[in-house]
Structure formats: C-alpha cells, structure tokens
Design a protein around this ligand. Structure first.
Ligand code: 9WN
Length: 427
C-alpha cells in the first residue's frame, strides 16, 4: 500500500510523480504494474495530463505511443499489448485481434482529442508542440470518423458500446439487463488473474466475466468486423458516458481543426456535433430526471443515475430544466454519502460502495464532471468535487477508486490516472 507520510502537498506531489515514473514502461504508462500491465486507451490520455505537470515531452509521447497502435481504418484499441505479461487476463491471444502490435478488438471512451487540446492549450504553443499537435490531429480525426462510421448504426448521433469494457465503466449496473441476453453457454473454463491481485468482492462477478468473454468470443468469431459487431452483436447499448465524452471531444477537435486552418474538416466535425446535440435527448429519462444509457436491442432506458449522467455538463448539453434536475440529484446524493462523486446513485438498490463501478468514486470521471460543472457556471459544485477527490487521495493514497462512504481505497493502488488527476487538477 502506498503510505503517505505527511499531509504536505509537496510530498503528495512527489509521490504522484514517482507513481507515473514507476509505471512508465518507456513511451507508455501502465495503469498499475501488477493488475494492468499493458497500455490502456483512456488511461493513457488522462496520464498525459499528469506528465504535463513535470515533463511535457513525455506527456505528448504517451498519446503518440497510443496512436502508434491505431488500426488502418482509424479504430483505436482499448488495450495495446506492447509486451507479454501473464499477469492479466484476457491477454493478446484471447483477443486474437491484431498482430503488430497486438491489441484488443474493442475501443474505449474517446477522450484523447480533449487531452490533446488541453495539452496544447496549456503549453507554450511552441513550434515543436504545435508540430506534435498537428501530427496527432489527423489520427484523432480518423478515430472520430471511425466512430461516426461504425458506432452510430441507427444514425442517432449517439455512441453504441458493443462491450461493457468499452464504456470504461465495466460492471456498471446499467449493463446488467442488456448483458443478461448474452449467451454464455459456450464459455469453457478460464482463469481470471484480477482476483489473484485484488479481493474478489471489489471486482466484477464470475457471471460478469462469463458475459465479457462471450462478447469477446463473438468479436473474434467475426474477425473483429466492427460493422457486423455494431449491427448484430449480443451487446449494443447507447452509452451515456461515451456519447457525452465524444461530443465534448468533437468540440475540442473542432478547436484544433480551426487552429490548424482545416476548413473542410471543421464542417464535417460541426455536423457530428449538431447531430449529437439533436440526438442526445433520446437518452433523457423524464421519470428518472437524468440522462441514462439506453439498450439499442430493446430500446429500454437503464433509468439509472450514474456518475456518467452528470457528464452532460461536460458535453455542454441539456435544457435549463434538465440541468436543474441533475443539480437536484447532486444535492440529494451528497446527503447520502461522505465523498463525491459515487459511480452509482446511493439510493439505487444495486449500489455497492466498494465494488468497482457500482458505487465507488473514480477520480477521472469526477474530474470530467467537475470540469463540466465549472464550464457551466456551477463553480461551487465543481470545487466540492475537486475538494473531495483531493481529500480522498490525501487521506487514503492513489487508489484506483474510493468508497464514497468510508473513504477507503478500492481496486489497485499506486494508480497512474489517480496520480495524474492529483497533479493536473485535484492537488
Ligand atoms: C478492462 C485500466 C482499466 C480502465 C477501466 C477499468 C478497468 C479493465 C479491467 O481497468 O478495466 O478494460 O480488466 O478491469 O474499468 O476503466 O481503463 O485502468
């Protein structure tokens, strides 16, 4: 366990930098050396912001290395297996997706564009950095084109997740119902590695894993043909988190396109933004009073308030009435727990404060929500979220996530993106 000897900010800053250096594998950073020994897509994007605090070159390199694994059609995988490591399951051979480098066959929340913009905006805008931004720009655009081409089969302006792992919120109760129709009868025996590093009660269940693997099997059987997967796969959900994140990322990409004078691209990106703005209301659940994910197979809303529901502020969407309803939910939730922002509404029956995405607070999502609240004029709420995240890290350490009631750490420790969030925002 990471022991923080003093509450002195300088010492915590040093610890955060030390974590990023320790988890640096030369060009990319592992989320946690034991539990996640490869490069993860959205982790790396967040980690770049942490590196920017003390090594801007290294910050750019993190995202450049991630895009070095981009497929020819623009797809950006959720894991890049730069080297072998038997400490994680499912490894490269289970995915059987891409040879060199070996990757998974699914993607993750597209925040890279936003991180590239942050990186560039917060820097000297020197010739060197502008060149790096300009070199990344077409790759990010290509990824977003991939989303437009493959991940909106109904043309709604929303992002369809084809695997719970794509959402980054793996075992959110939002996926329980949509994943229940996944046929797990063909799953043979397998050995999980996560539960040998961490206590099983903080991880997804065996049933969750059976379903995760069955969906991987489907992708593999269809040679990772993303068109077929998004149209006929066993799990197809319009994810409120990925949708809001892509909408914001497109706004950030547009700012980069304009800075680079890419007129034609700007028109294309603006059209995506408009489509999403118009389509997003389909995710609004009037009874729940929140934006919720929706199962594309049966059209049902999850009717659940998760931390991702509040990303509408980050995306810059929602009517005044919708925003007020969400703020009222924050007021209610805040009275039920001690630290914001839990990943699930504590009043929901599935709330489980230590189990992964079913309750714990995750610094990265809290950061995005806080950023959105700040942008939308809710500065007191933004500061509350920052303050709570800082307190959790200060008192407990750099855990993967935190219990919103006791403040205890859950998941892996010495976690890269938690360290990055301290350096960039909370600390
Ligand atoms: C599967 C690396 C990743 C995060 C995800 C988080 C967890 C992986 C796992 O770890 O997912 O991708 O094996 O549990 O849910 O958000 O990117 O930190």
């Amino acid at each position: 366990m990471m022991h923080i000897p003093s509450k002195d900010t300088q010492i915590i800053d040093d610890s955060a930098r030390a974590i990023l250096k320790t988890n640096d594998r030369g060009g990319y950073t592992v989320p946690n050396g034991r539990v996640y020994p490869f490069q993860w897509n959205w982790d790396s994007a967040f980690v770049a912001l942490g590196f920017a605090n003390f090594n801007r070159d290294r910050a750019w390199l993190e995202i450049e290395t991630l895009f070095a694994a981009q497929w020819d059609d623009g797809f950006l995988p959720h894991i890049v297996f730069w080297q072998d490591d038997s400490g994680y399951f499912p490894g490269a051979s289970v995915w059987d997706a891409h040879e060199n480098p070996a990757t998974s066959g699914i993607t993750q929340p597209p925040i890279a564009a936003s991180m590239v913009r942050w990186l560039w905006d917060s820097g000297p805008k020197s010739e060197r950095e502008t060149k790096r931004m300009a070199a990344l720009y077409p790759k990010v655009l290509k990824w977003h084109r991939w989303f437009a081409r493959y991940r909106d089969p109904e043309g709604r302006g929303l992002v369809v997740a084809t695997h719970p792992w794509e959402t980054g919120r793996d075992n959110s109760p939002e996926w329980d119902q949509p994943a229940s129709r996944v046929d797990i009868s063909g799953i043979g025996p397998y050995e999980r590695r996560d539960t040998s590093h961490l206590e099983p009660h903080v991880r997804p269940t065996k049933l969750d894993y059976d379903r995760y693997l069955a969906i991987v099997q489907f992708g593999r059987e269809h040679c990772w043909d993303h068109d077929i997967i998004a149209r006929t796969g066993p799990f197809r959900v319009a994810d409120v988190g990925m949708t809001m994140i892509l909408l914001r990322a497109n706004r950030d990409l547009l700012a980069l396109a304009e800075a680079l004078g890419r007129r034609q691209d700007s028109a294309e990106i603006k059209a995506w933004i408009e489509k999403s703005r118009a389509g997003i209301d389909w995710l609004w659940n009037d009874e729940t009073g929140a934006f919720c994910s929706r199962d594309l197979i049966d059209g049902r809303s999850s009717a659940m308030i998760t931390s991702a529901s509040f990303l509408s502020f980050y995306a810059g969407v929602g009517t005044e009435k919708q925003r007020q309803s969400l703020i009222a939910h924050l007021d209610r939730i805040e009275r039920k727990i001690n630290w914001m922002l839990p990943s699930l509404d504590p009043d929901h029956e599935a709330f489980d404060p230590m189990r992964y995405w079913r309750g714990p607070c995750w610094a990265v999502v809290t950061f995005l929500v806080a950023r959105g609240l700040l942008d939308e004029g809710e500065s007191a709420w933004a500061e509350r979220l920052r303050h709570d995240t800082a307190a959790l890290i200060r008192d407990t350490g750099f855990y993967e996530a935190f219990c919103p009631i006791s403040g205890r750490g859950t998941g892996g420790d010495q976690f890269s993106w938690t360290a990055a969030m301290w350096l960039f925002w909370a600390g």
